[in-house]
Design a protein around this ligand. Structure first.
Ligand SMILES: [Zn+2]
Length: 318
């Protein structure tokens, strides 16, 4: 992994200022042949990924609490009980490449908000796959640290005290095969939970440990979500139908969401609607999460100790 630029500061960066020189350098590199052992290679820029605040910045979009904030479709949020909600819709109208480009150019020209666009993205002329197809949702932030954490906390808070202690002690005693890097934490330590622990919790622990605790309807509803993400996480388990079946399971989960959770239909839940297309275009969730990038950022920040020579420091640590 090559680290090309890093922003260290207390305020959010302005991508046009921060990334201008590195984007121009990449555009230049794309015009050159890169020769390795008598073979010429060309640089292609495939896509962009990150958490929602980072993506909205680099895509020059409104934030994830806005009314038209989805990068892929025209879902219009609703203000309900003091929260922005993106309620289930039977059909969604997708943004196509021409409409996406037109709206961003219009926003740039008029300096006004157009369907969620605030202007052009600095990546517009750099990416080889057109926007919005080149946007890769990061399931680490959207699913694990996003919706799994939210519904996990909601379920836990609805349990009676003795059910909570039973559930926590079951999680503490949970054993995994030796090649699992992390165990799961009890919910009493939920604020410090890591994304890999949430993944193990979602795939292996939630359903069996909640079987005797949750009402059957709620457990079945949760199973729709677990099975949907499990299918999308791996290579094709059910042939060409894998993404479609996962989407059908998730759609049912989304449709009945309000029956089991109160006011949790937020933007990260809505983004799951676009997972099946992403699975078809970019592959399984296991291959596209930001685990590696997060590790690298963690490594850089833990080695940061007040120097002004960040370039040398980063080169050394990576
Ligand atoms: Zn959408």
């Amino acid at each position: 992994m090559v680290l090309m630029s890093i922003w260290v500061g207390y305020t959010e960066p302005e991508p046009d200022i921060w990334l201008k020189s590195i984007v121009n350098e990449l555009k230049y590199l794309k015009t050159q042949d890169i020769k390795v052992k008598n073979t010429n290679y060309n640089l292609k820029v495939y896509g962009i990924t990150g958490d929602c605040p980072a993506l909205k910045k680099i895509l020059n979009f409104i934030g994830h609490g806005g009314y038209d904030c989805c990068w892929f479709c025209y879902v219009h949020g609703e203000h309900k009980n003091g929260k922005r909600q993106y309620l289930y819709q039977r059909s969604i109208r997708l943004r196509n490449t021409q409409a996406y480009l037109h709206a961003s150019n219009e926003a740039h020209r008029t300096q006004l908000r157009v369907n969620g666009h605030l202007g052009k993205s600095i990546l517009q002329n750099l990416l080889d796959v057109q926007l919005p197809d080149s946007i890769v949702i990061d399931y680490l932030h959207v699913t694990l640290l996003g919706h799994v954490k939210t519904i996990g906390a909601a379920i836990y808070h609805e349990l009676k005290p003795f059910q909570r202690s039973t559930f926590d002690s079951q999680l503490k005693r949970q054993r995994f095969p030796h090649f699992f890097n992390r165990k799961v934490r009890p919910f009493t330590e939920f604020s410090n939970i890591k994304s890999t622990e949430l993944r193990n919790l979602l795939f292996y622990c939630l359903l069996p440990n909640l079987e005797a605790i949750l009402p059957l309807e709620k457990l079945a509803h949760l199973a729709l979500y677990v099975c949907s993400i499990r299918l999308l996480h791996e290579q094709v388990l059910l042939g060409d139908e894998t993404g479609i079946i996962a989407d059908q399971l998730f759609s049912k989960f989304y449709e009945d969401h309000e029956q089991h959770y109160n006011g949790l239909q937020n933007y990260v839940l809505h983004l799951h609607v676009h997972y099946s297309k992403m699975y078809k275009n970019h592959g399984a969730l296991a291959n596209i999460g930001c685990f590696g990038q997060e590790d690298l950022i963690g490594n850089v920040s833990s080695n940061h100790h007040g120097t002004r020579y960040h370039g040398e420091l980063i080169t050394f640590t990576t």
